[in-house]
Design a protein around this ligand. Structure first.
Ligand code: PFF
Length: 449
């Protein structure tokens, strides 16, 4: 079964693929701006603690469960629950994850399309094709539909290639490119006037905010979204890992790289904002808060780039290219969730499954674009604010309570016979059984309230 369904060729290949999934728009754009509006380094501190204390255990639950069953999310959850009702709940949870992954992809592809448009618009403007450049950057239904479709075709193309030839090959190419581009951008922006003020805002902690429930909620949401948790991406990627690999350390590396890139992105975004302020660009909203989200990316930064002449064109192209790459490696992991299920459950070819699921999710994106005001924000909230934490909670319950402890231990002992005497086995099971579900439930409840 393992060879038919594909497997990552190397540990590094898996790490690139999993960090590719994790590192996305959330890291480069979401995390730094949230830090800025939530007490700077105080937010970072809470984010780091939550990432390792809560998100890492859930990531491990997904990886271990996936690797144990070597199957898609439905197969994995029904595989560990062998009794009637629990089995049905397992199947429903797996299906719910597939739906949420598809919903996330349906809005993500729209935003990723905008990134593609901005990347190409700068060189086009230099070549004198301003009207095409403007069309690519101005909000319109035709632009949104066309760029989303192009992005979906790229995503489907990679997934059709399979685990090794598609996901692993492209992640191995794109992730080093992403890291190098990010480092170059940070190095350049830090040399500009005003950058140091941004750095101070980012790094000087405002501890008065550290206990605010708003801060903790944002940090947990960021950590979950950033590590692509709950929806089964890490579970499915985990199902393609060879049995010889040591999961706790591989998972720790993925979490470290993901968090590291989110922190590093702050060294780009906040200094860039204050460089923009130095050049007369407005970076604060009427309420005095830093501009964030789409206004930051599609208004403040382009205004900054426009003041920098030729360097601005290079900087802008590199920045939006970076965002496009980050989005692509994440979206392939989302599409893999339904594709793996269809291929294994209905024995369709990977090609057909990828094409049909890509088309179906593309239609959903189209629907969102045609009803943008009503659907865009609603789908984001539904999938990331409610769907992901709820799924994370269910996953912990399954791994912590339903999965037999001996079988779980046997999975970990495959590559570490002494695991039962180590720190991981002393702490992690308690975490997935008690700590994670309770804390997620509390935070989930508060976010509903
Ligand atoms: N981790 C991605 C980001 O930070 O942008 C988003 C994401 C990818 C969420 C895959 C969920 C997912 F299944």
């Amino acid at each position: 079964m393992t060879t038919n369904r594909g497997q990552f060729g190397s540990r590094l290949g898996f790490i690139f693929a999993a960090t590719g999934s994790a590192v996305g728009l959330g890291n480069i754009w979401g995390c730094p701006t949230q830090a800025a509006s939530n007490g700077g380094a105080a937010f970072l501190l809470v984010y780091l603690v939550l990432a390792f204390a809560l998100a890492y255990p859930v990531l491990m639950a997904e990886l271990i469960l996936g690797r144990h069953t070597h199957g898609n999310s439905v197969a994995a959850l029904t595989g560990i629950a062998n009794r009637g009702l629990t089995r049905t709940i397992g199947a429903l949870t797996g299906l719910f994850g597939i739906v949420v992954a598809s919903l996330i992809l349906s809005f993500y592809a729209i935003v990723a399309g905008w990134m593609l448009g901005f990347t190409v618009s700068y060189p086009l403007n230099v070549l004198g094709m301003e009207s095409a450049g403007n069309w690519l950057t101005e909000f319109s239904t035709s632009r949104n539909l066309s760029l989303m479709a192009i992005f979906m075709v790229m995503t489907v193309g990679i997934i059709m290639g399979g685990v090794k030839e598609g996901i692993e090959r492209w992640s191995t190419r794109l992730m080093p490119t992403l890291i190098i581009t990010l480092l170059l951008l940070v190095a350049y922006v830090l040399t500009l006037d005003g950058a140091m003020t941004g750095l101070k805002v980012y790094l000087i902690p405002d501890f008065s905010k550290i206990l605010s429930s708003q801060l903790i909620l944002s940090a947990l949401g960021s950590a979950f979204f950033s590590l692509s948790l709950g929806v089964g991406t890490m579970l499915v990627y985990g199902s393609y890992i060879a049995d010889r690999e040591h999961l706790p350390s591989i998972g720790a590396q993925v979490a470290l790289i993901d968090v590291g890139i989110a922190v590093l992105a702050g060294f780009l975004i906040l200094p860039a904002m204050y460089v923009a302020a130095e050049r007369g660009v407005d970076i604060f909203s009427a309420s005095g808060a830093l501009l964030s989200e789409d206004t930051l990316i599609f208004t403040v930064l382009p205004e900054l780039f426009a003041t920098l002449g030729t360097a601005g064109v290079v900087l802008a192209t590199a920045f939006f290219f970076l965002m496009s790459v980050a989005a692509l490696t994440s979206s392939i992991s989302m599409l893999e969730v339904p594709v793996a299920f269809i291929v294994e459950r209905f024995s369709w070819s990977r090609r057909t499954a990828a094409l049909l699921m890509g088309a179906a999710i593309g239609c959903m994106s189209g629907l969102i674009i045609l009803n943008f005001e009503t659907l865009f924000g609603a789908v984001i909230a539904l999938s990331t604010r409610y769907g992901q934490p709820l799924l994370g909670l269910l996953l912990c319950v399954f791994v912590g309570w339903v999965w037999q402890r001996n079988s779980l231990l046997a999975e970990l002992e495959k590559n570490d016979p002494n695991v039962r005497h180590g720190l991981f086995w002393k702490i992690w099971p308690v975490y997935v059984r008690f700590v994670c579900p309770v804390i997620i439930a509390i935070i989930f409840y508060r976010s509903l309230a």
